[in-house]
Design a protein around this ligand. Sequence first.
Ligand code: PRP
Length: 209
Amino acid sequence: MDTELTIALAKGRILNDTLPLLERAGIKPKDNLSTSRKLIFATNREDVKLVLIRSADVPTYVQYGAADLGVAGKDVLAEHGGEGLYERVDLKIAPCKMMTAGFADRPLPSGRLKVATKYPEITRQFFLQRGRQVELIKLYGSMELAPIVGLADIIVDLVESGNTLKANGLTPLEHIMDISSRLIVNRASLKMKNKPVRDLIDSIEKVVQ
Ligand code: PRP
């Protein structure tokens, strides 16, 4: 039996773009990941299986070697910190931007700024670099509501089309970082399963190019 490889994939948006890419790299799941309630999937390759988890959990599975490889957004990776894993390929999937956003016509307070976000680590680092004191308010979604109801002065969130901000009367203010999905690899897997892991990275890299 060949060395087994486990790839962690995120449920949701990224999945629809990841599956065609994997298929072109020669890996096709036996079941439909979007409709099945299963969490582990066999593929056409006996040595490769897929696990389907929440996007924010992908770096954790790869960090601890529960998955050898994974596909995760740069937002999730920056938030995780990258311990125990390598970021190997920019898959150019789901491109968007991490931005601050608020009301265009409302001056920001000169004192401590209240910032609502799902991304406390990225936000903390961004304002630390600028020497700006902020109060972080951790939310799990629908950040756009926070400035409207006075919970925060601004938000830090992903902006793709800009439609969600616009629909809520908000404007993108400052660009923090460009985001896209990345292929990540467990550090130990790259050493211990070097050949199959490298071959897989190479074939995915070729497809992306
Ligand atoms: C993301 C993000 C914004 C929206 C941006 O939310 O948090 O709300 O997409 O996209 P747009 O610029 O094209 O409008 P998502 O749909 O991923 O759900 P979430 O609120 O659970 O993060």
